[in-house]
Ligand binder design. Structure first.
Ligand SMILES: [Zn+2]
Length: 317
């Protein structure tokens, strides 16, 4: 049996944000730059509450902080506006408060607006929470936010989406429907990056979120978190860990993924932590590893980390 789950309303296309009628009583959850970047002007809200202190890789403590900050405020909807971190926090807050959720990505990689996943740090380590209650009631995907994005944001988001859809295509949890979405996502994202048609990244990331959100990411993501724990951004880590994972898994996407990583010119990364200890931690990530198409041992993981550290993953082609 296969099941597909997604938000009730997915609104997408350029200027969709301008055509949507926002409710009057909203709490906006976003990051510091939201006002400066003019994001709030797009929404044309008259009265709203706002929490604009979400930082990258937020900790779970922020949820209770927001709930207590706005305990006396009256709102029916929570609007998540921003990158994956803002959306993950917004959906978790709304879930706990049983409020409606409107999720609006401004970077296009995590697919958070259409998944039932929220990634938050617990005791300094990233953890992903999965629950149907985390689905948006409305997801609005509007590529006009890409116009003000820096090249760095674009490349980190795009490689995350590319890693997600290609890992999910190979996942043991995949089915024909998710494979169809993931393959289409990869084609659209690849075309967007290689031909610098960045508007395509919004649609590609939407297909990706729907595909991987109904299957799972695998080894590439499992390997990436130890690098994130040392401060390397999610997309930057995946450029290397997913390449290594695709080689290990013999993925049909290995060559194409590799070429995109080369084009985006990511700086090499290196894990400072002891590799055996890192491998032991990675092995506990069963959510990702149990869905990996190939079984993987601690020794295999150490070897992959050594390859990444010595920059030899790209020597094959
Ligand atoms: Zn990811």
């Amino acid at each position: 049996m296969n099941v597909i789950k997604q938000p009730n309303f997915i609104i997408f296309g350029k200027n969709s944000i301008n055509e949507f009628n926002f409710p009057a009583d909203c709490l906006i959850v976003t990051s510091k730059g939201a006002k400066k970047r003019g994001w709030l002007d797009f929404l044309k809200l008259k009265n709203y509450y706002i929490y604009d202190k979400v930082e990258p890789n937020p900790s779970i403590e922020i949820i209770d902080e927001i709930i207590s900050d706005f305990s006396d405020s009256n709102f029916s909807h929570v609007i998540g506006l921003g990158g994956g971190s803002s959306l993950d926090v917004a959906k978790f807050v709304a879930f706990k408060l049983k409020k409606f959720k409107i999720l609006i990505p401004t970077t296009f990689g995590s697919g958070s607006e259409v998944t039932r996943i929220s990634v938050l740090k617990v005791n300094g380590k990233k953890q992903s929470f999965h629950d149907d209650g985390l689905f948006a009631d409305v997801a609005i995907i509007d590529p006009q936010f890409l116009e003000n994005s820096s090249q760095d944001v674009i490349k980190n988001s795009a490689i995350d989406a590319l890693a997600q859809c290609s890992e999910a295509y190979d996942s043991k949890l995949s089915n024909n429907y998710t494979k169809f979405l993931c393959k289409k996502a990869f084609d659209v994202l690849e075309n967007g990056i290689m031909n610098e048609k960045y508007e395509d990244l919004a649609t590609g990331s939407l297909y990706c979120g729907l595909g991987f959100g109904n299957s799972s990411t695998t080894l590439g993501h499992a390997l990436s978190y130890v690098f994130s724990n040392e401060g390397i951004s999610h997309g930057h880590a995946l450029a290397f860990t997913t390449t290594a994972a695709h080689e290990f898994n013999n993925s049909i996407f290995y060559n194409r993924f590799y070429k995109i990583v080369k084009k985006l010119n990511f700086k090499r990364i290196s894990l400072k932590q002891n590799l055996t200890e890192a491998a032991e931690l990675i092995l506990t990530d069963r959510k990702h590893l149990d869905n990996n198409p190939q079984q993987i041992s601690k020794d295999d993981i150490v070897l992959l980390l050594e390859k990444i550290n010595s920059d030899t993953i790209f020597n094959k082609i």
